[in-house]
Design a protein around this ligand. Structure first.
Ligand code: GDP
Ligand code: MG
Length: 597
């Protein structure tokens, strides 16, 4: 295809500003998908994505558009995830296109993720077309939001396209803007093949499917290709474009985006950002490539029923076929038995994986406290990455401990600013910047990641009634006074409840956890002490008193079926419990105990 008949773009937006709805409209209006096959949020394939309204895997669609100038253009949309945990996937897919539609809800204005995502587009040298969505809403204020875009982002918004993705108003203008305001790709058809590996995923019928963007040269079905980073060679079995279902194509030239299959065994064999070339006639230089995504949040996953361990191992292996950013290593816990220590890109990623394991593989899991990776600088000079507080060595061998810090950007209406600043302060934040755009404040904080991974986002939403938006990026490691706090239930340490905490906050956290556990652990026939300790020093203590009577006593003896029902109910409840010494702790306690109020 002629290069100037191609436009490649992505859509950047804050969550819920209408990116998926706009993508649907573009697909629908151009007849890419027959009307009867059209369903909402076409590109968000997984159930969890649909339910939670988030897009996880970047995906792409090829649209043919007969423009008003009489020519037909090929428009390739690469859809990018909007959530902070997946910022890295946003950045890599940006490298594969030349322009972005910046979608902003005209009743809301610029939010934290708008900002984070548009900066990625600017970094990738994109031409940017601002699009104001939801102008059908009575609360829409397109003029104010244009000013807001200019103030906060610093790009010209006077030519913003005003649309309603819901009603379809203005969608033809968006298509014309893509053609006339975004640049055509560049590339040399006669040069050796140079293509970017944008994404890959595992399909149970096709095996590994690889999404590529051709920069130079031409790739055809049957070609022998080479991945420059891994050095592996493959023969292309199948070459297609996504409409969004796979449609086979003879070749892909410069500027084009498509997928191939090549008997690749697992997603791990495809390095995102790698350069694909011909084995026999390679290009001289690889593309700059991307940095690999590194898991930053770790937690233990254990089956509630120890007999499910093999099933859990199986399920994890299957999920890893599709998600190379999620890591898992076998772990044994004194209390929980065999399980896995898993690493995730963030808390949402953790929840998504845990949900999928429980739902798609029908497993009941205990999730231990999420933890970040601490760097232990040992006295002998060695530096150890601590993924699990339970592995913390004796302090006498440790010189100092560093923890990861983030730069958090929070946008919030004026009236909630005080609460937001307090929350950040409470979480050991250091203010870096505070600015205003109209009625909204933008606070930038340097925060320890460990204070954010657990429930920061929930707290932020609750203190601002959902009006704050949040985005973060890692900025590095810094030394602080961190200690390991253990929890003892009935004098037995419960390793799955140990956490790393700042020395000055240990006592308050310890007290809060003991109080919570007292409510979360059911009464037993005996008294149970619950303690928090640093080393041998107990810093907080609660006592759960003994149960006075047999539970079945309240059935007044006579009614045998009621008694049986009650016992059955107890048994079902037990399935979600784990035994620690003589004490049973319900599964829900492991996460609930850590919530800070
Ligand atoms: P995304 O998170 O950016 O992909 O946002 P979605 O496309 O999922 O849209 C979020 C919500 O806004 C959904 O409930 C949509 O139905 C709604 N929505 C999207 N576009 C419009 C619009 O133009 N007008 C109105 N009133 N609602 C819209
Ligand atoms: Mg969406």
């Amino acid at each position: 295809t002629d290069l100037d008949r191609i436009r490649n773009f992505s859509i950047v937006a804050h969550i819920d500003h209408g990116k998926s709805t706009l993508a649907d409209r573009l697909i629908q209006l151009t007849g890419t998908v027959a009307e009867r096959d059209m369903k909402a949020q076409l590109l968000d394939a997984m159930d969890i994505e649909r339910e939670r309204g988030i897009t996880i895997k970047a995906n792409s669609v090829r649209i043919e558009y007969p423009a008003k100038d009489g020519k037909t253009y090929i428009l390739n949309l690469i859809d990018t995830p909007g959530h902070v945990d997946f910022a890295y996937e946003v950045s890599r897919s940006m490298q594969a296109v030349e322009g972005s539609l910046l979608v902003v809800d005209a009743s809301q204005g610029v939010e934290a993720q708008t900002l984070a995502n548009v900066y990625q587009a600017i970094d990738a040298d994109h031409e940017i077309v601002p699009v104001l969505n939801k102008i059908d809403l009575p609360a829409a204020e397109p003029e104010r939001v244009k000013e807001n875009i200019e103030d906060v982002i610093g790009i010209d918004a006077s030519d913003a396209v005003e649309i309603s993705a819901k009603t379809g108003l203005g969608i033809p203008d968006v298509l014309e803007a893509i053609v006339h305001r975004l640049p055509a790709p560049k590339g040399d058809r006669d040069a050796p093949l140079k293509a970017m590996l944008v994404d890959s995923w595992y399909d149970s019928y096709l095996g590994v499917v690889v999404l590529i963007r051709v920069m130079d040269g031409v790739v055809k079905k049957g070609d022998q290709i080479k991945m420059m980073k891994t050095g592996a060679t493959y023969k292309l079995d199948r070459l297609s474009v996504l409409k969004p279902q796979m449609v086979d194509i003879a070749e892909l030239g410069p500027g084009e985006i498509g997928v191939f299959t090549a008997s690749i065994k697992q997603v791990r064999d495809t390095k995102v950002g790698d350069t694909i070339t011909h084995d026999k006639k390679p290009c001289a230089q690889a593309l700059p490539g991307f940095k690999p995504s590194i898991p930053v949040v770790f937690c233990g996953l254990f089956p509630v029923d120890a007999a499910d361990f093999e099933a859990l191992r199986d399920a994890i292996e299957k999920l890893q076929l599709n998600d190379a950013s999620f890591s898992a290593e076998m772990e044994t816990s004194a209390a929980l038995g065999f399980g896995f220590r898993c690493g995730f890109l963030g808390l949402l990623h953790l929840e998504v994986i845990r949900d999928r394991l429980e739902r798609e593989y029908d497993l009941d899991l205990i999730t231990t406290a999420p933890s970040v990776v601490f760097k232990l600088h040992m006295k002998d000079g060695e530096v150890i990455d601590l993924h699990n507080p339970a592995d913390m060595p004796d302090l006498t061998y440790v010189d100092h401990i560093e923890e990861p810090r983030i730069k958090a950007t929070i946008m919030v209406p004026d009236e909630y600013l005080g609460d937001v600043l307090k929350l950040c302060q409470d979480r050991r934040g250091i203010q870096m910047d505070l600015t205003y755009a109209g009625q909204r404040a933008m606070a930038v904080y340097d925060l320890p990641l460990s204070e954010v991974v657990f429930d920061f986002y929930d707290r932020l939403k609750s203190v601002t009634k959902g009006y704050a938006s949040f985005d973060y990026s890692l900025i590095g490691y810094r030394e602080d006074f961190l200690v390991k706090m253990s929890i003892l239930v009935n004098d037995e340490p419960v390793d799955a409840l140990s956490i790393m905490v700042h020395r000055d906050r240990a006592e308050a956290r310890g007290r809060a956890m003991c109080e919570k556990l007292k409510d979360l652990i059911p009464r037993h026939m005996f008294k149970i002490p619950i303690q928090a300790a640093i080393g041998a020093r107990v810093i907080a203590r609660e006592t759960l008193s003994a149960m006075r009577k047999d539970v079945t006593a309240k059935c007044y003896g006579g009614d045998a079926t009621r008694k049986k029902k009650l016992l059955e109910k107890q048994k079902a409840g037990k399935k979600k419990m784990r035994q620690f010494g003589k004490v049973e702790i319900p599964q829900s306690a492991f996460i609930a105990a850590l919530k800070m109020d």
